[in-house]
Design a protein around this ligand. Structure first.
Ligand SMILES: [Zn+2]
Length: 560
C-alpha cells in the first residue's frame, strides 16, 4: 500500500510499491551464508590471489561461470561465458634500468628502490614471443605541480611554462578545491599523461605529498610497481593507453624528491603548500634527468566472464543494464605473518560474491525485468581497470544499447552494519534518483564521499563506462555504523592502512555478512529500477562527465 497516494503521482506510487516487492524478493533470495561461501572459495590460498594470466584467476573465472550456468542465465558471448582479453605484460629489469640526475652540473647519487622506481616500458606492437624492450630519454626537468589543465575550473599548472622536450615532475593527485569526482578525473594518470604530451613533454617523474605516504607507503608501492604492468592489446597487438611519447617514467620516494628539489627556486615544502592550497604552479628546475628503462615483455590472456538475462518487454529488451565486479586481485605479495598470498577477500571476492547472488536473485524472479541485464565479471581491475575498459571498448552488445553500469567493488556494508551508504558518481546522472529511492526503500541514508583524497571514483570499473559516456554508479561503504560505539570512518581508514592490498585482506578479518547481504539487495534494487523504467538514465544537464564523454554514447531510444 502506498501512503503517499494523495501527495504524489500514481506512477511514482506504482514504482514505490514495485520497489518494495522487488526489495522483499531480493532480500529473501540473497543469503549472507552464500556470499561468505563464494568469498571463502575465491579468497582461498589455492587460488594464489587470482592474478590475471595465472591458474588461480582461471579457476576463479570457471567457478563464476559454473555458478552463472547453474542459475539458468545465458552465456553472454555467442554461447560462451568468456570474453578473452589479451594483455602485454611488462616487468622491469631493475639492474640495467636507471635514473640519474644532474643538478647544477653535479651528478646526484640515486639508489634504485630507495630513491626511485621506474615504470615499465611497453613494446608496441607487443612481441609475439616476449623479449626485451628498451627506452632512453635525457632532458631538462620542469616542475608542473599536479600537472593539471582544467579550463572549466580555470586552473592550469602549465600556464606560463614551456615544457617542450622536457621531463615534467608531477605531484600525485589533483587540487582538493575541485569537486570529488572531478578531482578524481584529473588525478588519473592517463588524463595527466595526455596533458603532458599535449604540452610537449618527453618524460615524467611522479612525486607525492607527504600526507600521501601515510596512505600509500613507499615500501608498499614498490613491490606493486615491480610486479609489472599490463595493458590490453588491440587487434594489431598495440597496447592501449600506453604513451610512447613519454619516453621514460619514474616514481620518486620522499627522499628522492628532496634530492630532485636541491637548488630549486622554491623548496619542496613550499611547492607542497601551494599544491595543498589548490593553486596552480610550475617552474623550471636546475636539473637534467636521464631515464633508461629495460623491461621484459610477455603476452598473457585473461577473460572477462559475461552472463545475460533477457528482458521481458519486447520494446525494451534490446537495452541493457550492466552490472560489474572484478574477479582479479594482486596474486603473490610481500609476505605478512608468513603468508604471501594477497587473498583479496574484501577486494573483490566480496563484490564477486555479492554480484553472483544479485544475479541469482534476478534469475529467480517470476518475470524478468523489462530491460535485459548483463552480469560482467571482469579481469585486470587491479592493473588499471583493464578488463572493464576492454569490455567498454568491445562490449558484447552495442555500446549505445548499454543504458547504465552498476559496479560493485567491495560488497557495501561488509565492514560493519551501517545506517548510510556513499554512492560514487550518482550525482552526475538520473541514476542519483534511483540510488536515493532504493536507499530510502531500505532505510539507508546517503553520505557524501568522506575521503575525496582517495579519488575512488576513478579507481574502480564504473570509470571505464563513464569514459565511454555510460551513466554509472559504484555504491561504497557508509561511515555511520548502527552501533554507536563504532566509528565507521576510523574502521575504514584503519583497514586501508593495515589490510588493503596485503595478505591480511583474508577471511579471518572481522566482517558483517548480514550487512553485506543488505548492501547487495540495495544494488539489486538500483539496477532493477533502471531496468523497469520507461526511459533510460540520462546525464544531468551540463554535467562535467556527461558533457565530456556523453557524446561517445549516442542517444538510446526510449523504446516507445
Ligand atoms: Zn584493489
Amino acid at each position: 500500500m502506498c501512503f503517499f497516494l494523495a501527495l504524489i503521482s500514481a506512477a511514482a506510487c506504482a514504482q514505490s510499491s514495485s520497489d518494495r516487492a522487488a526489495a522483499d524478493f531480493a532480500a529473501k533470495a540473497i543469503h549472507p551464508e552464500q556470499i561468505r561461501a563464494h568469498m571463502r572459495f575465491l579468497a582461498d590460498s589455492l587460488l594464489q590471489g587470482r592474478a590475471p594470466g595465472t591458474p588461480g584467476y582461471d579457476i576463479a573465472a570457471h567457478y563464476v561461470a559454473s555458478e552463472l550456468e547453474g542459475m539458468g542465465l545465458h552465456p553472454g558471448i555467442g554461447g560462451s561465458w568468456y570474453q578473452p582479453v589479451a594483455f602485454e605484460k611488462a616487468v622491469n629489469d631493475s639492474s640495467p634500468g636507471s635514473l640519474s640526475l644532474t643538478i647544477n652540473g653535479q651528478e646526484q647519487a640515486l639508489v634504485e628502490s630507495k630513491d626511485y622506481v621506474l615504470s615499465p616500458w611497453f613494446a608496441s606492437p607487443a612481441p609475439k614471443e616476449g623479449g626485451k624492450a628498451e627506452s632512453d630519454v635525457s632532458a631538462p626537468v620542469a616542475f608542473v605541480g599536479f600537472g593539471v589543465t582544467a579550463p572549466d575550473r580555470n586552473y592550469d599548472d602549465y600556464a606560463g611554462i614551456d615544457v617542450h622536450g622536457k621531463i615534467v615532475v608531477i605531484i600525485y593527485g589533483a587540487p582538493s578545491t575541485f569537486p570529488s569526482t572531478e578531482r578524481a578525473y584529473y588525478s588519473d594518470g592517463v588524463t595527466k599523461a595526455k596533458n603532458a604530451i599535449a604540452h610537449g613533454a618527453v618524460g615524467a617523474i611522479s612525486i607525492s605529498l607527504t600526507e600521501d605516504w601515510k596512505r600509500f607507503p613507499w615500501d608498499w608501492i614498490v613491490p606493486q610497481i615491480k610486479a609489472g604492468s599490463l595493458r590490453w592489446l588491440d587487434k594489431n597487438g598495440v597496447p592501449f593507453d600506453f604513451f610512447p611519447q613519454i619516453r621514460g617514467r619514474a616514481f620518486l620516494s620522499q627522499q628522492g624528491a628532496e634530492t630532485l628539489f636541491k637548488g630549486a627556486p622554491k623548496s619542496l615544502d613550499e611547492a607542497f603548500a601551494t599544491a595543498r592550497a589548490g593553486k596552480p604552479q610550475s617552474f623550471a628546475l636546475p636539473a637534467t634527468a636521464h631515464i633508461h628503462t629495460v623491461t621484459t615483455q610477455s603476452v598473457i590472456e585473461s577473460p572477462n566472464i559475461v552472463a545475460e538475462l533477457k528482458g521481458s518487454d519486447p520494446a525494451l529488451r534490446d537495452q541493457y543494464v550492466v552490472y560489474t565486479a572484478h574477479v582479479d586481485h594482486l596474486g603473490i605479495c610481500p609476505a605478512v605473518e608468513g603468508d604471501n598470498v594477497c587473498h583479496g577477500a574484501m577486494d573483490n571476492a566480496s563484490g564477486t560474491a555479492s554480484l553472483l547472488e544479485i544475479a541469482r536473485a534476478y534469475a529467480s524472479l517470476p518475470k524478468p525485468p523489462r530491460r535485459s541485464l548483463l552480469f560482467v565479471f571482469v579481469t585486470g581491475e587491479e592493473k588499471g581497470l583493464l578488463g572493464s575498459d576492454y569490455f567498454a571498448h568491445f562490449p558484447t552488445v552495442p555500446l549505445k544499447s548499454i543504458v547504465a553500469n552498476v559496479n560493485i567493488d567491495g560488497a557495501p556494508g561488509l565492514y560493519f552494519s551501517s545506517k548510510d551508504i556513499v554512492p560514487l558518481g550518482s550525482e552526475h546522472s538520473s541514476l542519483g534518483n534511483d540510488v536515493s529511492a532504493a536507499a530510502k526503500e531500505l532505510g539507508y541514508e546517503l553520505s557524501p564521499d568522506p575521503m575525496p583524497e582517495e579519488v575512488a571514483f576513478i579507481r574502480s570499473d564504473q570509470y571505464s563506462f563513464v569514459l565511454q559516456g555510460v551513466p554509472a554508479v559504484d555504491i561504497t561503504d557508509g561511515v555511520k555504523a548502527t552501533d554507536p560505539k563504532v566509528n565507521g570512518l576510523e574502521v575504514i581508514k584503519k583497514w586501508l592502512v593495515t589490510r588493503y592490498h596485503t595478505p591480511l585482506d583474508n577471511m579471518d578479518q572481522p566482517m558483517d555478512l548480514d550487512s553485506a547481504a543488505k548492501g547487495s539487495v540495495l544494488n539489486f534494487l538500483v539496477g532493477y529500477r533502471v531496468a523497469q523504467q520507461d526511459s533510460p538514465p540520462t546525464w544531468n544537464k551540463g554535467d562535467f562527465f556527461g558533457t565530456t564523454f556523453g557524446p561517445r554514447h549516442s542517444a538510446v531510444g526510449t523504446g516507445e
